[in-house]
Design a protein around this ligand. Structure first.
Ligand SMILES: Nc1ncnc2c1ncn2[C@@H]1O[C@H](COP(=O)(O)OP(=O)(O)OP(=O)(O)O)[C@@H](O)[C@H]1O
Ligand SMILES: [Mg+2]
Length: 379
């Protein structure tokens, strides 16, 4: 299976955490709030003990989300309450990953997902119909095709709406009544009884909530209706703050990509460090030494850095040659940087002529090689 979801990938950890903490669970949660936070940020290297009488072994929980623990705690607390959670941020800051991990830990599935696009319709957030059944029998409960959101309401799970701001605002607004009333009307199934109209209502079971994500580069959250905004708690997910943490994460993720391809890790630490440093300098518009850099408009997220580092590893494994791996960096980097704005290439060259040159002049080996390869950026 490519890209197994977290409930499959971390099945053992999740089962362990469900029994590890005997504290009070929020309604509809499969584990305590503390266990959910531990699943996301890890146990800090400590081996957690299973409850007394359990045959399970003590285990260390690996960190998955690199970032502020308080942010994760706020997310979990929001999901205990009656408001939805909206994760906003630059592309590639792990918003989708966070929402999948939260859904896997809290509901046991991250699969109840609607992918927001310009073509998303209300049916995809509410329900559709099985037309064969509809024509044969008329509107009936069996003929309803529930959306992932309706399935989550029925089963008391978390529904995920990815890239919510890419949906048209009037489509997004289908969530307003679901989030505030916690129920969904199906007018087609309403009947009449002796007291008059008897509406068909689908009620949300305990545990139901919505996690949405929104990318700040797409149509903005500012275009969401005020009514919908009020039904979400917003959390800004920032890029990884610390350079060392980002380097470690990129290395770990690259290793995972290469493991899947059954390729050895032949990218050395100095190369990964250089890649992450270039990405951070260009993303932040400032180097670690404090020099200002003209920022390209292209997206230079951690996820893209993982992409470049993995490509080097794959190249080493499948197209082996005597050339130094570092020689491939400018080519991949140019591919990332020159995606939308032609001026970005000039910005990359300016970075090379300023920062990379300065580091090369200071006799830093990796940077000297990179500077010699400047010509590869010009094509
Ligand atoms: N803080 C972080 N902790 C752990 N992994 C991270 C972090 N930031 C980025 N990553 C890496 O980046 C990858 C991309 O993350 P993801 O797709 O969840 O981003 P996103 O914010 O949803 O992006 P987009 O806005 O483009 O949808 C993750 O799978 C992970 O490898
Ligand atoms: Mg995403």
């Amino acid at each position: 299976m490519q890209a197994p979801p977290p409930e499959v990938l971390y099945e053992d950890e999740l089962r362990f955490l469900e029994s590890w903490d005997s504290g009070r669970r929020p309604k509809g949660f499969r584990m305590t709030a503390r266990a959910v936070v531990t699943f996301l940020v890890g146990s800090g290297g400590e081996a957690l003990r299973p409850p007394k009488g359990s045959k399970a072994k003590a285990r260390v929980i690996e960190p998955k989300f690199v970032g502020d623990r308080a942010l994760v705690e706020r997310c979990v607390v929001t999901l205990v309450g009656e408001r939805g959670l909206l994760l906003v941020g630059e592309p590639g800051t792990a918003k989708s990953m966070l929402s999948e991990l939260l859904a896997a830990a809290i509901s046991g599935t991250s699969a109840l997902t609607v992918q927001g696009t310009a073509g998303t319709t209300e049916d995809q957030l509410r329900y559709g119909w099985n037309y064969a059944l509809l024509l044969a029998k008329g509107p009936s409960a069996e003929a309803i095709v529930p959306s992932p959101v309706l399935t989550a309401m029925r089963s008391g799970s978390l529904a995920r709406v990815e890239e919510i701001t890419r949906c048209l605002p009037e489509v997004q607004d289908a969530l307003v009544s679901i989030l505030s009333d916690r129920r969904l009307m199906v007018p087609e199934l309403s009947g009449r009884n002796e007291l008059g109209e008897s509406p068909h209502v689908e009620h949300a079971a305990e545990g139901f909530n919505v996690i949405a994500t929104a990318n700040l580069r797409d149509r903005g959250v500012s275009e969401m209706s005020a009514a919908l905004k009020r039904r979400f708690n917003f959390e800004l997910v920032p890029p990884i703050a610390d350079a060392k943490d980002e380097i470690a994460l990129v290395k770990a993720r690259t290793l995972r990509v290469l493991e899947r391809a059954e390729a050895p890790l032949e990218v050395d630490d100095a190369v990964i460090e250089a890649i992450v440093t270039v990405f951070r300098d260009l993303r932040l518009g400032r180097t670690e030494e404090g020099f200002a850099v003209d920022k390209p408009s292209a997206i230079l997220s951690t996820a893209e850095a993982v992409g470049v580092a993995s490509s080097l590893g794959l190249a080493a494994a499948f197209l082996p040659s005597d050339r130094e791996l570092l020689r491939l960096v400018p080519g991949y980097l140019a591919g990332v940087v020159t995606k939308d704005d032609p001026k970005d290439q000039a910005r990359l060259l300016a970075y090379w002529d300023g920062v990379v040159k300065r580091r090369a002049d200071a006799e830093q080996r990796v940077w000297r090689t990179l500077y010699e390869l400047r010509g590869l950026l010009e094509t």
